[in-house]
Write a protein that binds this ligand. Structure first.
Ligand code: ADP
Length: 357
């Protein structure tokens, strides 16, 4: 797959990710309500000498789910085990990890919506009773062994909360939903990252970058690194607003943070499907995207920006989408409405609502 300037799942440089990753709760900028709650839960668990309750983290990619799992382990002063559901093929893969956890270990499973149903059963019992049933032998000689587990904390993360089975979801004591970051929060993240990377950046440039990063810290950090390249090779070193505006043009990102593929999605809904509604699968094929990246990466931001709406019959372009792609709004055509008073929705679908506090 080609290098992609901003799309989080194509992060090519884990070294930078780790260098910029906040280590303590106080360095995790923004998401104040979530942090406040976590602080209470951590303090309470530590005071009681217990491990933290199981934690469910949902939200678009790059908003800090993995980072929070790391921070939890540090704040609880325990170790961290990390895996991803697609890597767990067979019951023995999961059992192999569960039986080697320590008391209090934070066990992080990314993309938990992709956990095989044969493994979910094992996880239910492990989460609730801290034991697993293990079958040894085959046929009539087979017998079930009850294996006790240490008291651990499961942190399950997903970009698709609606796809997590209800019995699994209800076993998490702390459900948290991460939302896109606000402008000032992104500015603070960009300043912090620039300090770590030791690159001077002026305030105007910080502001433009914060506007252009899709409300997503990982994208902010990635754009910052690209701007550092432009500043070093084409400028004098510091990242100025001139460097950023030239850099954004080179990366084809507009002042709203929309990239070419976002605009293509809007143009397709408007020009090919008369403004919608158009089903997600049809739309994905029309723009040459995987349905997953359309739904997980592009759509949440376009919805949050009030540019498209998800309806029961498909995706609909809003009035603002027509304006952005420079086409007249049809007089009697189907046009979705951007929520009033300039506060776009948070992109949550109805099925996501149960995850909101
Ligand atoms: P996710 O697991 O949700 O895809 P990550 O936790 O990997 O996202 O975060 C991506 C990067 O964004 C991290 O490397 C970190 O540097 C940065 N980041 C995420 N959230 C924050 C935050 N609240 N404050 C500062 N940096 C953050």
């Amino acid at each position: 797959m080609d290098e992609h300037p901003v799309r989080p799942e194509f992060e090519d440089d884990d070294v930078y990710e780790n260098r910029l990753r906040p280590q303590r709760l106080e360095d995790f900028l923004g998401q104040e309500q979530i942090k406040d709650n976590l602080r209470v839960f951590i303090t309470a668990a530590k005071e009681r000498g217990e491990c933290l309750d199981h934690l469910f983290l949902s939200g678009p990619p790059g908003l800090g789910k993995t980072t929070l799992a790391n921070i939890m382990a540090r704040e609880m002063e325990t170790d961290l085990r990390v895996t991803s559901a697609p890597a767990l093929e067979k019951p023995k893969d999961l059992a192999g990890i569960l039986t080697t956890l320590q008391d209090g270990t934070i066990f992080f499973i990314d993309e938990i919506h992709r956990l095989k149903s044969s493994l979910e059963e094992m996880l239910y019992v492990a989460m609730e009773d801290y034991e697993i049933d293990w079958v040894i032998g085959q046929g009539p000689a087979a017998r079930t062994l009850r294996v006790p587990l240490p008291q651990f904390t499961l942190v399950g993360a997903t970009t698709r909360p609606g796809m997590v089975a209800a019995p699994l979801f209800t076993r998490f004591g702390i459900p948290l939903r991460l939302d896109f970051y606000r402008h000032e929060e992104l500015e603070a993240i960009i300043r912090r990252s620039a300090t770590i990377l030791e690159v001077p950046i002026d305030e105007a440039a910080v502001g433009v970058l914060a506007d252009s990063c899709r409300g997503t810290p990982r994208v902010a950090n990635r754009l910052l690194r690209r701007m550092r390249d432009f500043a070093q090779v084409l400028g004098d070193g510091p990242i100025t607003s001139a460097v950023v505006s030239d850099g954004m043009k080179r990366l084809n990102i507009d002042k709203n943070g929309l990239e070419e593929q976002d605009r293509q999605i809007l143009r397709t809904i408007v020009e090919m499907y008369g403004g919608g509604p158009v089903g997600a699968e049809t739309l994905a094929i029309s723009v040459g995207e995987e349905i997953d990246s359309l739904e997980v990466f592009y759509e949440p931001f376009l919805i949050q920006q009030g540019l498209i709406q998800r309806t029961a019959r498909g995706r609909v372009a809003t009035r603002r989408a027509y304006e952005i792609i420079g086409l007249p709004v049809p007089e009697n055509g189907q046009v979705g409405t951007t929520p009033p008073n300039g506060t776009p929705g948070n992109g949550a679908t109805r099925e996501d609502q149960r995850f909101l506090f």
